[in-house]
Design a protein around this ligand. Structure first.
Ligand code: NGQ
Ligand code: ZN
Length: 468
């Protein structure tokens, strides 16, 4: 496979496929040169020339939350450094790492990360991009330098992209000045709006969506939040808005001390939260916040393995779903890069807390992996602001093909193949092919750039470690 395949209309036949309504048999998929599905026909008899999938076809999962550079930091904080390590002590180490990374390193890390994502069943990513400036905190000669590195990495690997430049101005609630370790993140609102204007045509040219991410209520004062949202609306009134909210109990306590309200309640009262919004790590909500946030139509951005890795706490999935809440998954710090494992972790967290099994099943789908995959695709697509909401006409042809000959799957009915992939498999090795917009990006479980991108990643990480 060359890096960039010229877009072509195409078709694929699947003996089994997971459509938005559930499993279907003998499905013929057809798409146009733009990579958009034009027909999805169960009960088809394919022509002998139609390519056949080697196993069940699933919708690709959107990854709704990523800080790409953190991939190279994985495994480097898994030792005790204080009497009691926490999210905050992790963050100090992460800032040290973020403080020295170069544009070429960001690009190498993101390129490999996106290859890994594609090989693990993610067909698109929302990049929550806050590393803006040079190591001394000054803007690069080209202020969009690092955003451009991410755009190139996405284009080269073929992953779908929602680029979310991050607004970051303060180091806590109520406007305290940023810390030294945050110097590369800081942007006045005006500078953010100029960056968005600059990036918009570049995103459009490669089919990426541009949005905005106020980092958190700790990092963005109320007036800046209001002004930035107004500026974003003037550029694209439907653009996605993502924010970190209520990840840590310490953050909830600080917000209460500042405003008398918890973070989610404050946000719902002071910002026009609706279906454009993705509330990342809305972990610590009270019953009223679960109800109100779900009713807003916003997506809950669940980053299960990172939230476990950082000791955040457990999201109340039953409360959220009972309120009709939408949700999707993200790999965030990339402690794990695998769509199936995020779903497994979601279900296992709930099992451990509720002491029940098969919590994630729903009225329409009794198989947990099926129910969770479909919901994560819907919610992820909404958060991404792109037409990647599953295997239906008008949506992008983003497929994952399971390898029916894999030892974990062989001989099972299709729904159990997916269950086995999520709960009992060797993870990404059970995937055969991954298509984005109708183009094969992973074949025989490998992306064409696998070898080259992994070598460049290792080299970049070694350079970073050598600087210590
Ligand atoms: C981040 N990551 O921006 O990378 C954050 C940590 C913060 C996560 N929340 C920094 N997982 O929230 O202040
Ligand atoms: Zn994050």
């Amino acid at each position: 496979m060359p890096d960039s395949v010229s877009p072509l209309a195409g078709s694929l036949f699947a003996a089994d496929a997971l459509l938005p309504t559930g499993w279907a048999r003998q499905v013929l998929f057809e798409w146009n040169a733009a990579g958009q599905l034009t027909a999805v026909t169960p009960g088809s008899a394919p022509a002998s020339t139609t390519p056949r999938a080697v196993g069940p076809v699933l919708p690709g999962v959107p990854n709704l939350h990523s800080h790409a550079f953190q991939r190279a930091f994985g495994g480097l904080t898994e030792f005790r450094g204080a009497a009691q390590d926490s999210f905050w002590s992790w963050r100090t180490l992460m800032y040290r790492f973020a403080g020295k990374i170069s544009p070429a390193q960001v690009e190498a890390i993101a390129t490999w990360l996106y290859v890994e994502m594609l090989e693990a069943g993610y067909t698109s990513v929302c990049e929550f991009h806050y590393l803006h400036h040079d190591v001394d905190g000054k803007p690069y000669a080209d202020d969009a330098e690092l955003a451009l590195a991410l755009l190139r990495a996405a284009k080269r690997t073929g992953i779908g992209l929602t680029l979310l430049p991050v607004l970051y101005q303060t180091s806590g609630f109520g406007g305290p000045a940023p810390r030294e370790g945050q110097r590369r993140f800081i942007r006045p609102t005006e500078s953010m709006l100029r960056l968005l204007e600059r990036l918009r045509p570049l995103c459009e040219a490669q089919g990426a969506r541009l949005g905005l991410a106020p980092h958190s209520l700790r990092a963005v004062p109320a007036d800046a939040l209001r002004d930035a949202l107004a500026g974003l609306d003037a550029i694209d009134a439907a653009a996605p808005v993502h924010i970190h909210i209520a990840e840590q109990t310490g953050e909830v306590d600080a917000c209460l001390a500042w405003s008398g309200q918890r973070p989610v309640a404050w946000l719902l009262d002071h910002a026009p939260v609706d279906a454009r919004w993705c509330l990342v790590h809305a972990t610590h909500m009270d019953a009223d916040e679960y109800r109100r946030a779900a009713a807003s139509g916003a997506v809950a951005g669940l980053c299960l393995t990172t939230e476990a890795n950082l000791g955040d706490g457990v999201f109340d999935f039953n409360a959220w779903r009972a309120a009709g809440g939408r949700w999707g998954v993200g790999s965030d710090s990339h402690a794990c890069v695998n769509a199936a494992e995020e779903l497994m972790m979601l279900e296992y967290g709930q099992r451990l807390v509720t002491r029940q099994r098969n919590v994630g099943a729903d009225a329409a789908h009794r198989e947990v992996a099926t129910a969770l995959t479909l919901a994560a695709v819907q919610g992820g697509a909404q958060a991404a602001g792109r037409t990647i909401g599953g295997l239906a006409v008008g949506q992008q042809a983003d497929f994952v093909v399971l390898d029916a000959s894999h030892v974990a799957l062989q001989g099972l009915p299709a729904p159990e193949m997916l269950s086995s992939h999520v709960f009992a498999s060797h993870r990404s090795s059970a995937l055969d092919a991954v298509y984005v917009a109708g183009q094969v990006r992973v074949g025989a479980a490998r992306h064409a750039l696998h070898r080259e991108a992994s070598a460049a990643f290792v080299a970049a990480r070694s350079q970073l470690l050598a600087k210590d």
